[in-house]
Write a protein that binds this ligand. Sequence first.
Ligand code: ACO
Length: 336
Amino acid sequence: SRGCKLIGSGSAIPALQISNDDLSKIVDTSDEWISVRTGIHNRRVLSAKESLTNLAAEAARKALEMAQVDADDVDMVLMCSSTPEDLFGSAPQIQKALGCKGNPLAYDITAACSGFVLGLVSAACHIRGGGFNNVLVIGADSLSRYVDWTDRGTCILFGDAAGAVLVQSCDAEEDGLFAFDLHSDGDGQRHLKASIKESKIDHAVGTNGSILDFPPKPISYSCIEMNGKEVFRFACRCVPQSIESALGKAGLDGSNIDWLLLHQANQRIIDAVATRLEMPQERVISNLANYGNTSAASIPLALDEAVRSGKVKSGDVIATAGFGAGLTWGSAIISN
Ligand code: ACO
């Protein structure tokens, strides 16, 4: 039987940086409030002219470079994103930007801040059961485009970024995905959403002037609406449970884990989960002070930084978990 392992990572961030002080000029907030409640100091935001697809392709290119894998040898591209620049998906555009000559299968995975963990598990399933060999898993989001910049409860939290890993097939003995645990709960969607606008549907008009019952005019989406307290409680309750469940499946416990790498939403959530799992601070990866919550990009971005700085070394065991809109949450125990 086959296994899979992570052999390269890459990331990319937009140039434009917005500090807490910058935000305090737009909404009634302060650096102190944001820092204390979230741990966030800065975030990066795509300008109107920049493209998330390009940012994702840049992260993917860097991952291929580190993995020393040629774009032509990629046989699958998974774009984990809830903010694609085409409603039909962006993954084929990334495939095109990378110039993959092998015509790899490319598709999007929509699961907000859990997207990357779902992408990783999907890559492993395709490799183990589907005969794929080199799968690019990209997490990229631009929630800044869906934020209400007059809502201080949400606009302070989010940033834009892209991160990627190359997952490659290997012998089962070298397998680098020890176990995973995935969940969703549609009932909790009311706490965190960016849904189709519920305004009265405006009908299209036929060429002869008749009102068509159907189809409606093109619709648009509302900005992110969130009940922060509920999302906070959900994360602190479900994430430790999920990681414990994945550890149990792998026959491991906290003492086997070198690094805890959570979706970077709020430092207080990271601290609470680490405390529940009895993980000391020095084994917890955190970079959200610089980037805020970058949704599906946060885990591969933090992983890439930790690998490039020499913090995470080859063979280290990482417990990673994503959680967010859907609601969705899940964890994976991996080794790079
Ligand atoms: N600056 C100043 N004051 C603020 C701000 C702000 N930016 N935002 C809210 N406040 C005020 C509120 O109006 C409220 O005032 P009041 O007491 O007079 O009514 C007070 O601060 C407390 O507000 P809460 O919302 O109760 O603050 P809380 O401590 O819950 O912190 C926060 C809010 C930071 C959003 C927190 O709930 C949180 O981080 N939740 C998790 C959110 C999250 O991670 N979401 C992303 C999930 S991932 C995904 O899938 C997108």
